[in-house]
Design a binder for this molecule. Structure first.
Ligand SMILES: NC(=O)c1ccc[n+]([C@@H]2O[C@H](COP(=O)([O-])OP(=O)(O)OC[C@H]3O[C@@H](n4cnc5c(N)ncnc54)[C@H](O)[C@@H]3O)[C@@H](O)[C@H]2O)c1
Length: 356
């Protein structure tokens, strides 16, 4: 099913949640919330047409985790919207899936959607992603990545949606020595791009809303996510395409390291966070095994059976020299850890790429 929301969209039902005097909603504890679930859930996913969002929608529907999945997306032009429409065309074949094409910043449309759908949980992934674009358009990133997050928190508060899981990023840690893994409790976040600063600001708003209104909000710091359907602007997508087409790849700092995380692991982690939500939480979702850019290129050569022709350039402003997830908290509290190794994930990605 597909809806295009506008101000003429009609309401069908009114919400029935009880409200506190300060306007906030009475929220059940995690345990009672889970025990009260007599039906499978109605999950609203912002950014549902995106790379992670579309993989998450498929996971929830195919694994029967949710009865109904409502993907909200504006088809932002950060990369070709045709890629997002292709993902949606595949998902629209699945029962229980609904696409709502609207901008999350459209308060009237989003309010109508909340009243009608009364989702049990919101998974907020909508954002303008990517570090480098944020140097050219910092205000655009603030609008979507910060204001959009506050919009979803406000809607959740007003419509009594008990829990929100919001996408954050490893980039909030910023530039630091990669001699040990990064813990969620690091006192000094050091973002070095407007994108990273926007994600850090969005996290602060999430924490503020849990304190003000007793909501359950979890921020997940994703570490470089890759896999089938990956965004075309990301290194692995660009490298595989160029290597397969015998074209040169542009590499920046070959010694820089990234903690690459397979998208199936990420969607499992998101779902674990929805189930375990409890006040303010923040978790790293990463593989915990950082590799250098040079190692990544060598692995891609092995996976594709082809040689990479590297064209070197200097490190780019906004790019950190390394990321490395400490995942102890996610393991202890969510029972989550990454399962797909980088060689295995790259093989699956290349197989997917060849089928396209
Ligand atoms: N992919 C990664 O490696 C990675 C790493 C860290 C964090 N994240 C975060 O995870 C989330 C998903 O990332 P992704 O890689 O799937 O990116 P993506 O660009 O594929 O998905 C984001 C989606 O949000 C939509 N969107 C943007 N602005 C919107 C708006 N105003 N209203 C409604 N929809 C809007 C876009 O159209 C897009 O489909 C983002 O919040 C991103 O910052 C991603």
């Amino acid at each position: 099913m597909r809806l295009l929301l506008s101000s003429s969209y009609r309401l069908r039902e009114k919400g029935s949640k009880s409200h506190h005097k300060n306007g906030s909603v009475a929220l059940p504890s995690t345990l009672s919330w889970m025990m009260e679930r007599k039906h499978r859930m109605n999950i609203l996913i912002t950014g549902g047409a995106g790379f992670i969002g579309a993989n998450l929608c498929r996971f929830l529907l195919e694994q029967h985790k949710a009865e109904r999945v409502i993907a909200v997306d504006s088809f932002h032009s950060y990369y070709d919207p045709a890629i997002k429409r292709k993902r949606m065309a595949l998902l629209e074949k699945l029962p229980g899936f609904c696409l709502v094409e609207t901008d999350i910043l459209d308060t009237a449309a989003m309010s109508q959607l909340m009243e009608k759908e009364k989702p049990d949980a919101i998974i907020h992934l909508a954002a303008i992603p990517g570090v480098r674009g944020s140097l050219d358009d910092p205000l655009g990133y603030v609008d979507v990545d910060v204001k959009g997050t506050v919009q979803m928190l406000e809607l959740a508060r007003k419509y009594g949606i008990a829990r929100i899981v919001a996408a954050s990023s490893s980039s909030v840690y910023g530039e630091r020595a990669v001699d040990r893994s990064f813990c969620e409790s690091e006192p000094d976040l050091n973002p070095i791009s407007p994108y990273a600063a926007s994600k850090a600001a969005a996290e602060l708003f999430c924490r503020t809303y849990t304190q003000l209104y007793g909501m359950h909000v979890t921020a997940l710091r994703f570490f470089t996510v890759y896999g089938p359907g990956q965004r075309p602007d990301m290194a692995i997508s660009k490298f595989v395409k160029s290597i397969m087409e015998d074209k040169p790849i542009t590499v920046f700092d070959l010694q820089s390291v990234r903690d690459y995380t397979y998208v199936d692991d990420i969607v499992r982690g998101i779902w674990a966070a929805v189930q375990q939500a409890n006040g303010w939480q923040v978790y790293n979702l990463g593989s915990g095994h950082p590799v250098s850019l040079l190692e990544l290129v060598r692995l891609l050569e092995q996976t594709t059976g082809k040689s990479a022709h590297m064209q070197r350039q200097g490190a780019q402003p906004g790019d950190v020299s390394g990321t490395w997830a400490n995942t102890e908290q996610a393991r202890e509290r969510l029972g989550w850890s990454a399962e797909v190794s980088l060689p295995d994930g790259l093989r699956r990605y290349v197989e997917w790429w060849l089928r396209q």
